[in-house]
Design a protein around this ligand. Structure first.
Ligand SMILES: [Zn+2]
Length: 503
């Protein structure tokens, strides 16, 4: 006889796994008492080893004990037998925009679709095994609203570490004002916030630093002088040295790490002179020399490559004639994989009308021409940045890896075609670039936890850490594609997703 965790079967099987009760169709764990996940294979993401036949005991949302199955268990402690399944620490997405709905267009009558997608973004994280995210540019008030609901367990969602909005000089990346998207977006700004600050004067910068850092865990800068979107003028303004001095002084005084969106070599060379915590994306317009990489590796700056954002915008549709400088078997294969995702999997992650709009907008590349798109209020990736991320970015990344740079994982979810729920695309892309499965798993858990300054709390299964766990049927160390389908996800010691069936 087969049982599954759905509402109908629950009433007939109270206490099946020793759980006292069920809630929302999921086994309910009373976190005030000890609870044991029995008979699991624990993946140690630091060493790449698997601890066979183990038990994980938890209480008050934390892991309290890890011990071999044959140790005796006190009969009064409730257990769930996972029958030899693999358990990984909850995944962490270190670069995403949870309040952005992956479409750069807004029509008043589709407001409800945006609200629905925002809420889905958080649920999709949990369903894909992500228990913590680092939001690197959010609509501040909307984000706080969702965080409160997640904390109260009204909606499923991950733990959120955030910076509020990105701290932009006016006209700097991402060069998008609310009025460029919709006049309604401007009117909604006081209620939901906007993902960028857009300061002009020194006074505005100082004020923005104060206001935007409230409850924030870090400061996000965008440092590139070349537009990442198709703007008439490719050059965009960057912070002056005076701006940067004010920002880094403020960051040091308030103990806030500074992270930088960086794809251009010239900005890379400039920013590594500063005490930067992490560079987001990776240099897309030049190969870095071995010497440069070696110097960089000594500065303890992390890198979150977000290769998927490069793949997501790479298509033959952008050109009448595909530029020979980007022709390679690797890029050709990535374009095919992108197409397969967009046609077969994306619908599980995004509102279908948003997806259709993104697909339609891609066609403008040929009919309007990249350079005219800004005037028409169309925002799409600058092909030199997206294809450059695949061509130069992947090579630079391999050098960083070999030099021992701390590499994290994120995929810029919230951007067009970078949909929440598909972090597996980044994991699999890293595998195609040459990362081992162990390196990938460690990056998306342990490395990301370090990048979030939370390695004492998350990112590894050990005593004292949050009981954030993902359960898989197979071993992701053997095949990283296993990460596509978690069977159960726990956050803070509570089951938030379960697809387990027992017979
Ligand atoms: Zn981003």
């Amino acid at each position: 006889m087969k049982y599954s965790f759905n509402a109908a079967s629950i009433a007939s099987m109270p206490g099946l796994f020793g759980c006292a009760a069920f809630s929302n169709g999921l086994p309910y764990i009373d976190s005030s008492r000890p609870f044991i996940l029995k008979n699991v294979r624990i993946i140690d993401v630091i060493t790449g080893e698997v601890l066979e036949n183990h038990c994980i005991q938890m209480q008050q949302g934390k892991i309290t004990e890890i011990f071999p199955v044959h140790d005796s268990i006190e009969p009064s402690i409730e257990c769930m037998d996972l029958k030899g399944r693999y358990v990984c620490p909850g995944l962490i997405d270190a670069h995403c925009h949870s309040t952005i709905t992956s479409v750069f267009a807004f029509h008043f009558f589709s407001a409800w679709r945006h609200l629905r997608q925002q809420q889905a973004n958080f649920r999709l994280c949990i369903e894909s095994g992500i228990t913590t995210i680092r939001d690197v540019g959010a609509m501040r008030w909307a984000l706080e609203w969702y965080i409160e609901r997640i904390q109260n367990e009204w909606i499923p969602g991950p733990r959120v570490v955030y910076c509020n909005a990105m701290l932009n000089i006016k006209g700097g990346h991402p060069e998008v004002n609310p009025t460029d998207i919709s006049y309604f977006a401007n009117a909604a700004k006081p209620f939901i916030g906007i993902p960028t600050v857009n300061f002009e004067s020194i006074d505005e910068l100082k004020q923005a630093l104060q206001q935007n850092s409230q409850r924030a865990s870090f400061i996000k800068l965008t440092v590139d002088p070349i537009s990442a979107f198709c703007k008439a003028d490719l050059k965009i303004p960057v912070y002056t040295d005076a701006h940067l001095k004010i920002i880094f002084d403020f960051a040091e005084k308030n103990n806030l790490p500074v992270i930088c969106h960086n794809m251009d070599k010239v900005a890379f060379d400039r920013m590594i002179q500063y005490p930067v915590h992490s560079l987001e994306h990776v240099v897309t317009d030049a190969y870095l020399s071995d010497q440069r990489v070696s110097d960089f590796s000594k500065k303890n700056i992390a890198v979150i490559p977000t290769l998927t954002v490069g793949q997501s915008f790479s298509s033959h549709i952008m050109f009448d004639k595909f530029p020979t400088r980007y022709k390679s078997d690797f890029i050709e294969n990535e374009i095919k994989i992108r197409q397969h995702y967009l046609e077969n999997e994306a619908y599980q992650h995004i509102d279908s009308s948003f997806h259709a709009l993104n697909q339609d907008t891609m066609k403008y590349y040929q009919s309007v021409g990249c350079k005219n798109m800004w005037e028409q209020k169309i925002f799409l990736g600058n092909p030199d940045k997206t294809l450059g991320l695949l061509k130069y970015g992947t090579e630079n990344l391999k050098k960083f890896k070999d030099a021992g740079v701390l590499i994290g994982v994120g995929m810029d979810a919230g951007m067009p075609f970078c949909y929440f729920g598909s972090l597996y695309r980044e994991l699999e892309l890293l595998s195609r670039v040459g990362f081992t499965n162990h390196e990938i798993l460690r990056a998306v858990t342990y490395n990301n936890a370090k990048i979030l300054n939370m390695s004492s709390e998350i990112g590894h299964i050990s005593k004292g850490k949050y009981a954030d766990l993902v359960v898989y049927d197979k071993n992701p160390l053997d095949d990283i594609r296993v990460c596509r389908s978690p069977k159960m996800v726990l956050k803070d010691g509570k089951i938030v997703i379960s697809k387990l069936q027992y017979s």
